[in-house]
Design a protein around this ligand. Structure first.
Ligand code: SF4
Ligand code: SF4
Length: 112
């Protein structure tokens, strides 16, 4: 089991999650974060910290595509363990549907 970052992180990227992770297993893309599924110790501490409710346990149904996306990009995006300022327009995108198709970027973020 692992926790996964899901669609509502895209273009919200508040980053409250990274500061609480005891094993620093968040990785930063241009406009979302992912969790490395092999590094996550399933502590669950990050889940309630996310203002966008974008962190879920992979035991929830239907999250297989998100688990695959987290696993894929955790290999190439840089590690992040210190919170930075999120996007200025994060609130506008919080809760919007269709963000994966409309806005997902495979580009890496800048990391720590
Ligand atoms: S706190 Fe939530 S929205 Fe912010 S980066 Fe973490 S997972 Fe994404
Ligand atoms: S569940 Fe725990 S170990 Fe996994 S990403 Fe969240 S804080 Fe880190």
């Amino acid at each position: 089991m692992t926790y996964v970052v899901v669609e509502n992180c895209i273009k919200c990227k508040y980053m409250d999650c990274v500061e609480v992770c005891p094993v620093d297993c968040f990785y930063e893309g241009e406009n979302m974060l992912v969790i490395h599924p092999d590094e996550c110790i399933d502590c669950g501490v990050c889940e309630p910290e996310c203002p966008a409710e974008a962190i879920k346990p992979d035991t929830e149904s239907g999250l297989e595509p998100w688990l695959a996306l987290n696993a894929q990009y955790a290999k190439t995006w840089p590690n992040i363990s210190v919170k930075k300022d999120g996007p200025a327009d994060a609130k506008e995108f919080d809760g919007k549907s269709g963000k994966l198709d409309a806005y997902f970027s495979a580009n890496p973020g800048s990391g720590d």
